[in-house]
Design a protein around this ligand. Sequence first.
Ligand code: C2E
Ligand code: MG
Ligand code: MG
Ligand code: MG
Length: 277
Amino acid sequence: RSKGLGGKQAQYYSKRFHKQVESRIRIENDLKTAIEKDQFILYYQPQVDAETFDIVGVEALIRWEHPELGLIPPDDFIPIAEESDYINELGRWVLHKACEQFGQWMKYPNVEKMTFTIAVNLSARQLKDTGLVKYLLECIERYQIPPEKLELELTESSLESSLVALAMLKSLSDLGVKLALDDFGTGYSSLSHLNKYPFNILKIDKSFVQHIESEEEASLLKAISSFAHSLNYETVAEGVETELQRDICCRLGVKRLQGYLFSRPIPPEDLERNWIK
Ligand code: C2E
Ligand code: MG
Ligand code: MG
Ligand code: MG
């Protein structure tokens, strides 16, 4: 009996494995032409001020509108793109698109009156793209983006190859753009030399926020936000899904909130219609 079951299971898993390999190869192949075919789209997730709950910015989050596989989330293709230099081309596309979009939104009368920032994710590998600073400068000049309104989000893994990364981060920071350390609290290696990097903002990872169901469960979040504030970082909490989580973040002095409670990432038309028109 156990043998039969084992056989079935083995077959099931190998089928699944086969499928996964197939989709991986498919994604790898299709990625290479997806920019030319205009298949990527940026969604935007609002960030709100923790005191007023007014929108004060957005994070651009990429999706792939695959003609056959449907809407593919970034976790299913960014890691694959990161294995090759293709991430540099894709990353530049994201920067360009985000600046172009932001340039348009800045002309909205409502947006002109607000403090309104845009955050863009960068991959670690892009810190080795020697033309990146020049490219970014061209984008912000072309769309007249005040550099301090643009935030670049990097994760701690970006800091591993430290010398190259540090030089690049300094050059980016010298442009006047803000740097945010994303998923803060999930890495562990570089805490001791965090202050040698020019980060302005710590984005508290959603794992410290989204599971909190009572005040007692907020101890890690408390520790992390007090760490961030004592080092004078501006803070953003991601993964705010409930009013309790929102209220705890507010009480802890977190400055900006982002999460499904306020909005999921949405297409630009929806952001315009529901948030900034
Ligand atoms: P991230 O930068 O940490 O982005 C936050 C992720 O958390 C997003 O997932 C967002 O949809 C999700 N999220 C926001 N609020 C909540 C919430 O309340 N609850 C839960 N459960 N999740 C929430 P998404 O859009 O699937 O992006 C995943 C990751 O892919 C991003 O994590 C980022 O690391 C990467 N990524 C997205 N766009 C880009 C890009 O343009 N370039 C690069 N290099 N990476 C990107
Ligand atoms: Mg991010
Ligand atoms: Mg994050
Ligand atoms: Mg993440």
